[in-house]
Design a protein around this ligand. Sequence first.
Ligand code: F6P
Length: 539
Amino acid sequence: MNLTSHPAWESLTDQADTIPHLAELFDEDPRRAEKFQIDAAGLFFDYSKNLITEATMKSLLELANAAGLRDRIDAMFRGDKINTTEDRAVLHTALRAPRTASIQVDGVDVVPEVHKVLDRMAVFSDRIRSGEWKGHTGKRIKNIVNIGIGGSDLGPVMAYEALRHYTDRSLTFRFVSNVDGTDFAEATHDLDPSETLFIISSKTFTTQETMSNASTARDWLLCGLGGDAAAVAKHFVAVSTSAEKVAAFGIDTANMFGFWDWVGGRYSMVSAIGLSNMIALGADHFRDMLAGFHEMDEHFRTAPFDRNIPVLHGLLGLWYSDFFGAQTMAVLPYEQYLKRFPAYLQQLTMESNGKHVQLNGSEVDADTGVIYWGEPGTNGQHSFYQLIHQGTRLIPCDFIAFAKSLNPLGRHHDLLMSNVFAQTEALAFGKTLDEVEADGTPAELAPHRVFEGNRPSNVIMGEKLTPAALGRLVSLYEMSVFTQSVLWNINPFDQWGVELGKVLAQRIIPELESAEEPDLQHDSSTNALIRRYRKLRRA
Ligand code: F6P
């Protein structure tokens, strides 16, 4: 049975139509805040300012149970091949499991393998950080450039920015992802090749953008170091699942850090894909981050659903997507170091849950996938918050904040946090026409100054942004996305939707590069665009 025909779904449809205003819900129940708050796995989750009642949560939890969420969680953590369209296990949780754990894939315990790679990464990172690893000309490595895209870029960039406070500031880190040559050129323009290490990060080692940037990096290096191909060994390492392709590219597999097909790209930042982060942070901080992930993983795996932060977070996302028609959600970190977190979440949520068919191939019958966007607070307040407060669309918000600043400067942190609390308050309770008029606002202006309120938000608060706190936060979202996928009965671990564009681009490349005018067989728009490009390029 599809969940949309479940009695709880019908009840939720009614509830969405009749739910009282948040101001009323708070007035009615003085204990509302404590009923809808959880303090677990190092994070405080306040979801009381959502358009929910106890009945709503009961119905959402009924759906979770009806969808078999418990079994699906167990299947994922056990290593069952739940990525059915690719016939793979899904075990990013094994990447952060302690050494003492044992998790079997096809009869093999993967935990010792995971820790073997982590140990090799730690040795390598120490050699770079201590200066023991030298470049081809004998100089110490000072610049590390990660080349990768999608999951082989967004996680490392986000974590580098998020944990910059903990990084070795004598090293420079750059991240190149786009096939647009500007990305490479700007990332390397001020770097000395003799002091630069490239980490080529690609699960498949076939991705066009990454392989093009890797070739350009090799040319750049050899050009800068006099053309001796032996230099590659000291300036290139690879992170991949394919030793064969790494060797074919010319990187010594002794300088390769592997991972496994049961790690999805967008779930790979805690695999060797995080090598640049380990070099930046040092192995101990990297392991602290893994411990934070594991703590939230365990909370998700073991906590009852009504006390389970990722489960509740995921259910709330589904509630707004499917019962209120919310098109997007804002993620608003009141922590400057999390400036790349929204971009990271976009791949996590949209590549995972942007699916139109269920596991059995039949069409879904509810909207899937949550569209996240956002900017760090308070910048967003002076940009797009107007629409969230007074626009016509419902945009549920996640506010993320930490009680202690890593840069305590005068009053700054209290000012920052006052905005978190004020924004959630304003969104929920607004300002009525009576209140506006009571302020003495002229009648003709009064409607413009009314805030309807009743706009939902979550607050996710931690003590301080540490490597462990980042791990907990990312795992929370990973597991929230998983929860939603189970209710939608979709596979969050494949990404066939990115394939068609790649194939078509391969066909178009020779049409752009050929000296002869190509015989174009596309639609009239695409033909005209290609012709115009060829003409303008020559002009
Ligand atoms: O965009 C599709 C995708 O396959 C992502 O899922 C992945 O993170 C990215 O490309 C990069 O892939 P790879 O690590 O194999 O280069």
